[in-house]
Ligand binder design. Structure first.
Ligand code: AR6
Length: 180
């Protein structure tokens, strides 16, 4: 990882709904009609117009992403992506799907001119993806993307727990030791 790309990645602890960034990513389900976890928090903070908009989209397959406005959120956009349910498939397939979530979300952010994008730990709550494995997919995919990306300037990983943010920070530090 080169230092230019490293400087475009941030790790923060907290509630993603509070972030004033261009786009926050939602860990949604295929219906896009809301749920628990970060999805519930985003819908509550965005207000009922978000659900009205999501109803018009017609769902989203696992691994893909869709974009809406942020409504009452400080963020301008919400990018809804659907992570894999970890134990519903093989680890290799889950990894491919999770990678697609990050790739497709970042591509949508870029297409919509979002310079700062924040991600929660997609699939790491109700969907049961182990945080250490998911963290590698999230960070590796983001680094690969940023190496050739010019619109998206910054990617922020927002972790709810101290333990999860340490997993991310440790992995980034590990990569820095092997940076070119
Ligand atoms: N800010 C940042 N991270 C959060 C927040 C928040 N406000 N709230 C929770 N997290 P989850 P999934 C973390 O379960 O595993 C929903 O019902 C949480 O600690 O929200 O992809 C959807 O509708 C965890 O690390 O998403 C789907 O049905 C991470 O966000 C299903 O859950 C993701 O946990 C998706 O499950």
């Amino acid at each position: 990882m080169n230092t230019e790309v490293r400087d475009r990645i941030d790790i923060r602890r907290g509630d993603i709904t509070r972030l004033t960034v261009d786009a926050i990513v939602n860990a949604a389900n295929t219906s896009l009609l809301g749920g628990g976890g970060v999805d519930g928090a985003i819908h509550r903070a965005a207000g009922p117009q978000l659900l009205v908009k999501c109803r018009t989209i017609g769902g989203c397959p696992t691994g893909e992403a869709r974009i809406t406005g942020g409504y009452n959120l400080p963020a301008r956009f919400v990018i809804h992506t659907v992570g894999p349910v970890y134990h519903r498939t093989t680890p290799a397939k889950a990894e491919g799907l999770l990678m697609s979530c990050y790739e497709n979300s970042l591509a949508l952010a870029s297409q919509n001119g979002a310079e700062e994008v924040a991600f929660p730990a997609i699939s790491c709550g109700i969907y049961g993806y182990p945080i250490e494995k998911a963290c590698r997919v999230a960070i590796d995919t983001t680094i690969r993307f940023l190496e050739t990306e010019t619109v998206v300037k910054k990617v922020i990983f927002v972790l709810f727990s101290e333990g999860d943010s340490k997993v991310y920070a440790d992995y980034l530090a590990h990569l820095e030791n092997f940076s070119d």
